[in-house]
Design a protein. Structure first.
Length: 194
């Protein structure tokens, strides 16, 4: 008889958290934060209410974990997509990768509509700063360091460029033309050229 390996407490805890985050993401996308109850979440995750509160202080803390995971996934996609020879081309391809990552079902709603409403603008911005803004800042700094663009205030530029891409993601999610948005965003980045 083959012995099965028992999972450790940290493994079980990690699996429960992952199940809760995955179920919460689906529920928040389908119904929105306000219309999702904790009983809905525990049923979808297949865990007890006690397990939910063991891992997350409340529904908002679970929502925060979903937003963190989604933000990290977008940042990873941007970093993977921003591999080009020139800093300007990397900024453009990174921006295209951002829009592609934001096309994941429900992601624009979660990150750009629900997160500021549920967590507050300051906390949503702090999450973005840990993930997406840092990626933009690094790309802009590389462009300045490489002489591709004139020296500019990097933090302000990263936030403003990020806002333009966020607005494009919202426009596309509402049925706007992705190609037109990309044309304008490319022109915006090209306009930074030295």
């Amino acid at each position: 008889m083959k012995a099965t390996k028992r999972r450790t407490n940290p493994e079980r805890s990690s699996a429960t958290q992952a199940a809760l985050i995955a179920a919460a993401r689906q529920a928040f996308v389908a119904r929105g934060y306000a219309d999702t109850s904790t009983p809905d979440l525990v049923e979808a995750a297949g865990v007890t209410r006690g397990a939910l509160y063991h891992h997350f202080a409340d529904k908002q803390a679970l929502f925060r974990a979903v937003v963190e995971a989604e933000s990290a996934a977008v940042a990873a996609a941007v970093e993977a997509g921003a591999v080009e020879d020139s800093p300007i081309a990397a900024l453009i391809s990174g921006g295209e990768a951002y829009l592609a990552a934001m096309a994941a079902p429900g992601r624009t709603r979660l990150l750009l509509i629900e997160a500021p409403a549920v967590l507050g603008r300051a906390e949503a911005d702090a999450i973005d700063a840990r993930h997406g803004v840092g990626t933009s800042r690094d790309g802009l700094q590389a462009a300045v360091d490489g002489g591709a663009i004139a020296p500019i205030p990097i933090d302000a530029a990263a936030k403003l460029l990020g806002a333009a891409f966020d607005r494009a993601a919202l426009e596309i999610a509402q049925g706007g033309d992705r190609g037109e948005c990309l044309t304008v965003l490319r022109a915006l980045i090209e306009g930074l050229r030295r």
